[in-house]
Design a protein around this ligand. Structure first.
Ligand SMILES: [Zn+2]
Length: 304
């Protein structure tokens, strides 16, 4: 994968909150936080967030937001020849590409308008519309404030602890989280939430289906990534190869529930799966990638 040196980075799509950790209560106290994409001990933040919606308490994130603080703006401007070597700039550009894709594809595929949302870069902990979160939960999407959250050091963990070292693991992670935003727009997340509450015994399976669909949406984006452009019409990527796709598949497999459970040293307990096995995650990414069509990501009526 090569990012295009000539592409403009739209830093208005990211909020840099790395300098502002923040006090307050903990989401963990609300009972069983979940793994968004990555490792750890937690369930599904999205689902949790909806369960507590209405009763929750947490202050909204930094009212108004400091969209693309001067730090990121300067670091990622075309005046900095080193910008594409900076993690925050590369990630901002991945986000630009993912949102450019859905802006075009959501209306044509699903007849809905895409709503652009920010990704918040944080360090260690962050106050969100879904409550306080720390880096241990991995990257996540909060449907209550419509933002994606990531501590960029998660990628080091992905490489070291989960063995997914490839660079294309990063846009895969972001595209998965934006997949949750797409599900939010389509009403899928709400639907899953309602069904989980009506039948708690089905909650884990529904969570797996939701997560696999987000993996599939990530694959759909990857298929079209080379077509995405910056605001001036300059392509964001200049190359993307099968080796990159393999890195995404490897990352998807690395964070399968079975792999994480066995790494934790315990028995494999399928009833506790929330995201799907390594095989399911990479297969659904690939379903999205080979079809390039979000309509093929129907993990709810098809066998998974
Ligand atoms: Zn997820």
């Amino acid at each position: 994968m090569t990012l295009n040196e000539n592409a403009d980075i739209d830093t208005s799509q990211v909020t840099d909150a790395r300098g502002s950790g923040g006090g307050g209560g903990s989401l963990g106290g609300l009972g069983g936080l979940p793994i968004p994409i990555g490792g750890g001990t937690v369930g599904t933040l999205i689902v949790l967030a909806l369960i507590v919606a209405g009763t929750f308490l947490g202050p909204k994130l930094m009212g108004g937001g400091d969209a693309g603080g001067p730090g990121v703006d300067q670091t990622c401007s075309t005046a900095n020849p080193d910008r594409l070597n900076q993690s925050e700039c590369r990630n901002a550009l991945y986000i630009n590409s993912i949102q450019a894709y859905w802006r075009t594809a959501l209306p044509t595929t699903f007849g809905e308008q895409y709503q652009q949302v920010d990704t918040v870069f944080f360090a260690q902990q962050v106050n969100t519309g879904c409550g306080m979160a720390d880096s241990g939960v991995g990257p996540f999407y909060c449907p209550l404030d419509d933002q994606v959250y990531i501590d960029l050091s998660f990628y080091d963990e992905l490489a070291q602890r989960f063995g997914a070292k490839g660079r294309f693991a990063q846009p895969y992670v972001l595209a998965h989280e934006y997949g949750h935003h797409v599900q939010d727009i389509l009403g899928t997340s709400d639907d899953v939430q309602r069904r989980s509450q009506a039948d708690p015994g089905s909650a884990n399976e529904l969570s797996v289906r939701l997560e696999l669909q987000a993996d599939c949406f990530a694959g759909v984006w990857a298929k079209h990534a080379l077509e995405t452009k910056d605001a001036k019409g300059v392509p964001i990527f200049s190359s993307l190869t099968q080796a990159d796709i393999d890195q995404a598949l490897e990352a998807a497999a690395a964070i399968g529930d079975d792999r994480i459970q066995s790494q934790a040293g315990g028995p494999i307990d399928e009833s506790k799966f929330t995201h799907g096995t390594s095989e399911q995650r990479s297969r659904w990414f690939n379903t999205g990638y080979t079809s390039g069509d979000g309509k093929q990501c129907d993990t709810f009526s098809r066998a998974i």
